[in-house]
Design a binder for this molecule. Structure first.
Ligand SMILES: *Cc1c(COP(=O)(O)O)cnc(C)c1O
Length: 342
């Protein structure tokens, strides 16, 4: 195995600046689920923090606790998958911001004590947890009562949208606005409304509200079939490379394959970047792959499968009907990571 995932932290910092400029005056919550989209949680959150990112979207409590351990008490860390009362208690103890999308979890968070900061989630149509509109008035009334008793603090209202069609997203936004209104009528004064992820936050200002939860674009992963990197103003921060381990007259064998996380369906569909220019990836095995040879090829030469002047992860994804996140997330944790910053 010779595969290396190179992560350019300076490119990441530039993307962060770009994201911040695009969503301002809303704040950017950097989403770091799935080990920061497989770029490595610790170096990613450390750099983001030093670049001024104050919000981290951690998904689950375990990740939230890791971010807390990395960054200390000042970081705002949002978790929205809280499975048990015990997890809720741990989240409260670690001063995490908690996304609450059902009435039972609200009670668990309240029972944990500690005046937790909660963000109430309305199901605005995606049906991926969140409180249904017909239950929302009771839910916010209960939250308002708990807040009035000093048991917790409702700091946010949020939801998640499909970003698949403008019409669906508009309907979700209307449901969201109605939910905010109902919460205010119940006496709540949440200062953080958040609805959008990368695509909607970039394309549609009215979806940004106070906070935009952005993962993909911060890592330079553009949407499949959507606008290109130049248009978005971000670039991929990761490059997947492998070394030549053997040569014959026509081919170079590189030390990377399906076990490293490359979809084997890519064989024959992509070109990779070699020291002699772009060459077709002919075959993809478990641990080795075959590329057309170039002039002066040598064992040890480095070939770039995606990123850094080769195709992007999303380009690869498009060849096989997938998305860039899928390509990024499949890379095996056993592949070495190499972090660069100037
Ligand atoms: C993953 C996720 C995001 C970030 O989505 P991107 O498209 O990667 O920016 C935002 N919000 C929630 C709830 C998510 O699960």
């Amino acid at each position: 195995m010779s595969a290396v995932l190179r992560v350019d932290l300076d490119a990441f910092a530039e993307n962060l600046r770009r994201v911040r400029a695009q969503v301002a005056p809303a704040a950017h919550m950097l989403v770091v689920k799935d080990d920061a989209y497989n770029h490595g949680l610790a170096p990613i959150v450390a750099r983001a923090w030093s670049e001024g990112v104050q919000w981290f979207g951690a998904f689950d409590v375990r990740t939230g606790l890791q971010v807390r351990a990395e960054l200390g008490p000042e970081a705002r860390i949002f978790v929205w998958i809280v499975a048990t009362a015990e997890e809720a208690a741990r989240a409260v103890a670690a001063d995490l911001d908690i996304g609450v999308g059902d009435a039972l979890l609200l009670e668990d968070v309240a029972a944990a004590g500690g005046r937790a900061r909660v963000h109430l989630k309305i199901d605005s149509g995606l049906h991926r947890n969140g409180v249904r509109p017909e239950h929302w008035p009771d839910f916010v009334a209960r939250a308002a009562a708990l807040e009035a008793d000093g048991i917790l603090e409702v700091v946010g209202i949020w939801s998640h949208i499909a970003e698949a069609s403008d019409a669906e997203d508009d309907a979700a936004r209307a449901a969201f606005d109605a939910a905010v209104q109902t919460a205010q009528e119940a006496g709540l004064r949440p200062s953080l409304r958040h609805l959008s992820a990368s695509a909607a936050a970039f394309a549609r200002p009215e979806f940004r509200y106070d906070l935009a939860r952005i993962g993909a674009f911060a890592y330079g992963i553009r949407p499949a079939g959507g606008p290109g990197e130049p248009e978005l103003g971000v670039r991929p921060i990761a490059a997947l490379t492998a070394s030549v381990i053997r040569l014959d007259d026509e081919h170079a064998v590189i030390g990377i394959g399906a076990l490293d996380g490359l979809p084997s369906t890519l064989a024959g569909l992509v070109d990779v970047r070699t020291p002699g220019g772009m060459r077709p990836l002919r075959a993809l095995g478990l641990e080795q792959s075959i590329v057309d040879r170039w002039e002066d090829a040598a064992v040890g030469d480095v070939v770039t499968v995606y990123g850094e002047g080769a195709a992007s992860a999303t380009d690869l994804a498009e060849r096989i009907g997938s998305i860039g996140e899928e390509i990024a997330l499949r890379i095996s944790p056993l592949v070495d990571r190499d972090y660069r910053s100037s």
